[in-house]
Design a protein around this ligand. Structure first.
Ligand SMILES: NC(=O)c1ccc[n+]([C@@H]2O[C@H](COP(=O)([O-])OP(=O)(O)OC[C@H]3O[C@@H](n4cnc5c(N)ncnc54)[C@H](OP(=O)(O)O)[C@@H]3O)[C@@H](O)[C@H]2O)c1
Length: 249
């Protein structure tokens, strides 16, 4: 018996990095996976690589109509959802003095508003006793240069989770936060780290992590699987730091 046999799992930002690794891990454990993201080509490739009947839905989590569409696909094709991983995220690193309202809104629109309205819209199509996983960040609780807006947008997630743990109590929906430390994914290129600067960047970041290295998307996927599966059946309302010890340092 696999750990997610017969389960339906939906992962936002499932065409790259932590979301894609989680989708592949969940599918290997028997789940039927639905992944969402904005870039269709990348999503198509990802869906093919996940296997086990995975489907992709193109859309933007900042667009509330997208969540309504996803909920209707879940209802029509699968009936109910067992696992919702709200994982899509964006980051811009810059000093607060340089932040424009557009850059601020882009991060809060995806990382905060996208998570809030995603859960509001998807929870009604979840099976009672299901698992909601919200991907936050170590940045939410630690001082990091240039991270004020990103950190603020992620910090709200722990507060949402605490309240949803209470609000969804009658339905036994578990709500947990997955909080990654630095993980080597495509997000690094989006930060503007060039291929040439990459080794020095990885060394500098790794030096701040007690484990002495960055995490992998697969390690985050393993933690997500724990929260998604019955292994985490009595785990509710927590923030799971998967960061090589960086939050303790
Ligand atoms: N990697 C790290 O070091 C790290 C550390 C802490 C927290 N995190 C968090 O972990 C999560 C996953 O990040 P990652 O490292 O795996 O980065 P990634 O490889 O860049 O993946 C980000 C995913 O989010 C999707 N996405 C971005 N904006 C979206 C939008 N508006 N609507 C729908 N999908 C959107 C992207 O697909 P499209 O571009 O195709 O839409 C992509 O699938 C994020 O929430 C991130 O903040 C990452």
């Amino acid at each position: 018996m696999k750990r997610l046999d017969g389960k339906i799992a939906l992962i936002t930002g499932g065409n790259s990095g932590i979301g894609l690794a989680s989708a592949r891990r969940f599918a290997r454990e028997g789940a039927q996976v639905i992944v969402t993201a904005r870039r269709k080509e990348v999503l198509d490739e990802a869906t093919a690589s996940i296997g086990h009947g995975a489907i992709g839905i193109v859309g933007d989590v900042a667009d509330l109509a997208h969540h309504t569409h996803v909920a209707s696909v879940v209802r029509e094709r699968f009936g109910k959802l067992d696992v919702y991983m709200a994982n899509a995220g964006v980051i811009t690193i810059q000093p607060s003095a340089d932040v424009t309202p557009e850059v601020y809104d882009a991060q809060f629109g995806v990382n905060t508003r996208g998570v809030f309205f995603g859960v509001q819209t998807i929870a009604p199509v979840m099976r009672d006793g299901g698992s909601i996983i919200l991907t936050s960040s170590l940045a939410a609780t630690r001082m990091l240069d240039g991270h004020a807006v990103y950190a603020g947008s992620k910090a709200a997630i722990a507060a949402f989770a605490r309240h949803w743990t209470m609000e969804f109590r009658a339905r036994r929906l578990r709500v947990n936060v997955l909080s990654p430390g630095p993980v080597d994914t495509a997000i690094l290129a989006k930060l503007g780290v060039s291929e040439a600067d990459r080794p020095a960047f990885l060394d500098a970041v790794s030096a701040q992590i007690p484990a002495g290295r960055m995490g992998t998307a697969e390690e985050l996927a393993e933690a997500a699987l724990f929260l998604a599966s019955d292994a985490g059946a009595f785990v509710n309302g927590i923030e799971l730091n998967v960061d090589g010890g960086m939050s303790a340092a």
